[in-house]
Design a protein around this ligand. Sequence first.
Ligand code: SAM
Length: 259
Amino acid sequence: MNEEQNQEASDNHTPPSGGGGVEGRSVGIRIDIISVVPDLLQSPLGHSIMKRAQQRGLLEVHVHNLRDHTPYKHGQVDDYQFGGGAGMVMMPEPLAILIEKLQSERTYDEVIYMTPDGDSFNQQTANRLSMKGALLIICGHYKGIDERIRQKFVTMEVSIGDYVLSGGELAAAVVVDAVGRLIPGVLNDETSALLDSFQDGLLAPPVYTRPAEWRGMAVPDILLCGDPKKIDAWRHEEAFRRTEERRPDLLSDDVLGKT
Ligand code: SAM
């Protein structure tokens, strides 16, 4: 990465071209992300729905390069771990300096550390976070961040699955995408998110588009009948059937009561 790109990827850079201004709006979220590899976030948050969310001023993402805030020479942000063992640990002071700087500028609803030992991220968490105003996300690297930062600043620890990534950036991008698409006004048809998998405890029903007959396979007749009530009922049945087949664990008493 050359100097110019480095600067571009550093502080207060909104990944996609042109983010609007969330502050002062009643709807919208500001998300600050702390990273040692800010470039990793550029593409995932710079296209499609995430780009549109930012252009509409409904989502504001600021990626901060931790190396720009370290008090140590040569951009040092990590050091050997006490007790020995392979792998470096992210030092507490650069993180504390940046977190305190950001917290002095605004109040965050949550300070989130992306970590494999955190709570599993799911649609309910995404729904809850989509109603917040400001989130600060810390991406770890190497062996992770010094435990004392977790104790002092972190209010929420989030894992995107039971596997280990090299860094928190891809995990943070997953969270921002899942949360961002739920902000009112981001999707062109707001009911679309409501019909996605997990929103009502069920998986989504199958979907079809033109042509109605393709390589000898026909679209279910009911979808062509023009009766919205019948179509809704069919979709609900299919969603239930698919959930029963693939994810029976999702069928709580609550969900079963609604069917
Ligand atoms: N030593 C850590 C452990 O075993 O729990 C793993 C560190 S991992 C190589 C580096 C960073 O990637 C973590 O600090 C975290 O920010 C991020 N990360 C890795 N896997 C993740 C996951 N499943 N969910 C969220 N973040 C993850």
